[in-house]
Design a protein around this ligand. Structure first.
Ligand code: NAD
Ligand code: IPM
Ligand code: MN
Length: 369
């Protein structure tokens, strides 16, 4: 039978707990579909710093490159939040693997499950029908610009004398905007034919370039798609004011990071937001949330974002749309039958329907297909 090799990156905090559930569902899918998925763990983030001193050991990037797809959970935690600016950070591992694999497109789908209408902090009539995808540029902008921290004669804090000074530069090249714009318009063609491009062109030069290039790509290649421009601050507001109006939202790296956590909360929990990070080679699938240090080690984290990231892997890495639908439908039926993890439970959830991480993974397997 066909074999797919997956490089799995458990990372930190709730990472190992939720990735176990992703693997569980993947194995169940493999069994039913008659294909073999082999998962091989590699080190990233804080776990990699502890073991090797580096947040992204060369062996990990090599293993990722040699795989058919990468499944990541999350990295980071207070243990590695050193005040030493030169100390390695877990997050550098994540940024390094995105850059190393050339993953410039990050898709973060936000869809309301009917059963979860009550779990959102927004009113049911506001969130009814929400089905949008954030197309986040992932290898440019502030995240990969020049950065430095140094001492200066001016700007001392309460220390007096010389003050510290730091900067991060935001940079975009035309081709980087062009290719992400194309991905957004292509996504819209398969959806409701609408793209909202988010920028801050009233202030930022990179945003003025962004808007110009997005419009050129639109006019030349996708004139039939409806294109709306919004400033990022206004978008933050509109997302909770009229979330159902959005279809594809395309934006630069940091705006996409911030807006996607906000959009996730429309669904009730950050623990529901899956993502796919795509380039021209091997792709990576990861929940959008972090390592949730506040609940790590308790067995209560929501594994559904990880499991839905497995569904995205089936679609985008292996073309197994039918099997991806087994997983998505399974999740939907689990929710329809009232099963919840703590983060998506509400006052009406009976105590015996609030599941731990592993029990939720088992439920999805039970309801698969
Ligand atoms: P976070 O996303 O880890 O957590 C924010 C809140 O959401 C917390 O209250 C947490 O308990 C909750 N939450 C997140 N995932 C959940 C889940 N699956 N089930 C239930 N609740 C969940 O953000 P943070 O606390 O600001 O950051 C913690 C660490 O994670 C930091 O080191 C940060 O850099 C890192 N981080 C990593 C990634 C990643 O690896 N992709 C993403 C975001 C943040
Ligand atoms: C995410 C995370 C990462 C990001 C961090 C941990 C580097 O917040 O995947 O959303 O900002 O991209
Ligand atoms: Mn984020």
């Amino acid at each position: 039978s066909k074999t797919y090799r997956i490089c799995t990156l458990p990372g930190d905090g709730i990472g190992p707990e939720i990735i176990a559930e992703g693997k569980k569902v993947l194995q169940a899918v493999g069994k039913r579909a008659g294909v073999t998925f082999t998962c091989t763990d590699a080190l990233i983030g804080g776990a990699a710093i502890d073991a090797t001193g580096s947040p992204l050991p060369d062996a990990t990037l090599e293993a990722a490159r040699a795989s058919d797809a990468v499944l990541l959970s999350s990295v980071g935690g207070p243990k590695w939040d050193s005040t030493d600016p030169n100390a390695p950070r877990p997050e550098q591992g994540l940024l390094g693997i995105r850059k190393g694999l050339g993953l410039y497109t990050n898709l973060r789908p936000v869809k309301i499950y009917d059963a979860l209408a009550g779990a959102s902090t927004l009113r049911p009539e506001v969130i009814k029908g929400v089905d949008l995808v954030i197309v986040r540029e992932l290898t440019g902008g502030l995240y990969f610009g020049k950065r430095e921290r140094f001492y200066d004669e001016e700007g001392a804090g309460s220390n007096g004398g010389r003050g510290q000074r730091a900067y991060d530069t935001c940079e975009y090249r035309e081709y980087e905007v062009e290719r992400i714009a194309r991905k957004a318009f292509q996504a819209a063609r398969k959806r409701r034919n609408k793209v909202t491009s988010v920028d801050k062109r009233n202030v930022l030069e990179t945003s003025r370039l962004w808007r110009e290039v997005v419009h050129r790509v639109h006019d030349e290649e996708f004139p039939e798609i409806e294109l709306e421009d919004l400033l990022v601050d206004n978008t933050a507001m509109q997302l909770i004011n009229r979330p159902a109006d959005f279809d594809v939202v395309v934006t630069e790296n940091m705006f996409g990071d911030i807006l996607s956590d906000e959009a996730a909360q429309i669904t009730g929990s950050l623990g529901m937001l899956a993502s796919a990070s795509l380039g021209d080679g091997v792709s990576l699938f990861e929940p959008s949330a972090g390592s949730a240090p506040d609940i790590a080690g308790q067995g209560i984290a929501n594994p559904l974002a990880q499991i839905l990231s497995v569904a995205m892997m089936l679609t985008y890495a292996f073309g197994m749309d039918e099997q991806a639908a087994w997983v998505q439908d399974g999740v939907e039926r689990v929710l329809d039958d009232g099963w919840r993890t703590r983060d998506i439970a509400d006052g009406s959830t009976p105590a015996d329907h609030v599941l731990g991480t592993s029990a939720m993974g088992d439920k999805v397997v039970e309801y698969l297909g």
